[in-house]
Design a protein around this ligand. Structure first.
Ligand SMILES: [Zn+2]
Length: 299
């Protein structure tokens, strides 16, 4: 209970944000607030501006070994993929909601294995039920997801996405795709198109492919397992994520709001079964906490 109180206190603590008129500026402010280095200021307008390594080199390095990607390069790849994700849907204009999700996510990420990444959390203005992560500490959830979950469930989802980042799941998947030759195809198609954008085009082509096909099932099960433990360490009901999976289990696969999530993840029933094996009854004592709707937390 102590940890939960602390979590609540942190969530309510002030977070210095620049005031802004529109959502794009708002995210810029949000990002400046959480990234003193200013690395991410151009998130919504991706331009390959003097990165530590150019993306041509990044794709080559990826194809060789994930271990050759240091944290700076990982964040550069993540920044480009985050721009891709944020570019596909506008950011939700509710600044209080953005601040809340950002604070919740940052608190949970502090309990994980990579607390020092420049974590960034944002809500996309989309009615679908989706959550995405990108290397280096980027996590996005859709407004449609936030509207359908309570705080413990949202914490479980964020912890699942944070685990993908901590375990470098996307980076490993991109490396596999780069080795499989997708990068070569991307180069060819980019050379036919706009040569000036060819460099970031390679990483973006790999990313587009990855976010439409999804990660390995094993990575998803690992993110579920470790996400549950991470959410519990952060003081939240560990049954938050299982509760979301129960909701997903009853969603119709042809419901367009759920189609992407269902199409890019193992069946919810399988995920629940895997979690049951991993969790057993060890976490039972922690369940049954009162549910806190997101709207109530925002009041
Ligand atoms: Zn996942």
């Amino acid at each position: 209970m102590k940890a939960r109180t602390l979590a609540a206190a942190l969530l309510l603590s002030a977070c210095g944000l620049a005031s802004a008129q529109d959502a794009t500026k708002a995210l810029g402010g949000l990002l400046r607030g959480v990234n003193p280095g200013g690395l991410l200021n151009n998130l919504t307008a991706p331009t390959p501006a003097a990165p530590a390594a150019n993306t041509d080199e990044l794709v080559k390095l990826l194809a060789q070994s994930v271990d050759s990607i240091d944290e700076t390069r990982e964040q550069e790849i993540g920044r480009q993929l985050a721009a891709l994700l944020a570019g596909s849907k506008p950011l939700h204009p509710d600044l209080a909601l953005q601040r809340y999700v950002n604070r919740l996510g940052r608190w949970i990420s502090l309990q994980g294995s990579r607390p020092n990444l420049p974590w960034t959390f944002a809500v996309l203005d989309d009615p679908g039920f989706n959550a995405f992560a990108a290397p280096g500490g980027y996590v996005f959830v859709t407004k449609g997801l936030v509207d359908r979950v309570d705080e413990a469930e949202l914490a479980g989802i964020l912890a699942h996405e944070i685990t993908h980042v901590n375990q470098r799941h996307h980076l490993k998947a991109l490396a596999a795709k780069a080795r499989a030759g997708l990068a070569t195809q991307a180069i060819a198609s980019q050379l036919r198109g706009n040569a000036a954008n060819a460099l970031s085009g390679q990483v973006l082509a790999l990313g587009r492919n990855l976010y439409s096909s999804g990660l390995d099932q094993g990575d998803e099960f690992e993110a579920d397992r470790e996400g549950v433990a991470l959410a519990a360490r952060a003081g939240f009901d560990p049954y938050g994520l299982p509760s979301v999976l129960q909701q997903l289990r009853t969603a119709k696969p042809d419901n367009p709001l759920f189609a992407l999530t269902l199409g890019t993840h193992p069946p919810a029933q399988q995920r629940l079964e895997q979690l049951e094996v991993a969790m057993g009854s060890r976490l039972d004592a922690l369940s049954g906490k009162p549910s806190v709707p997101v709207a109530q937390r925002l009041q």
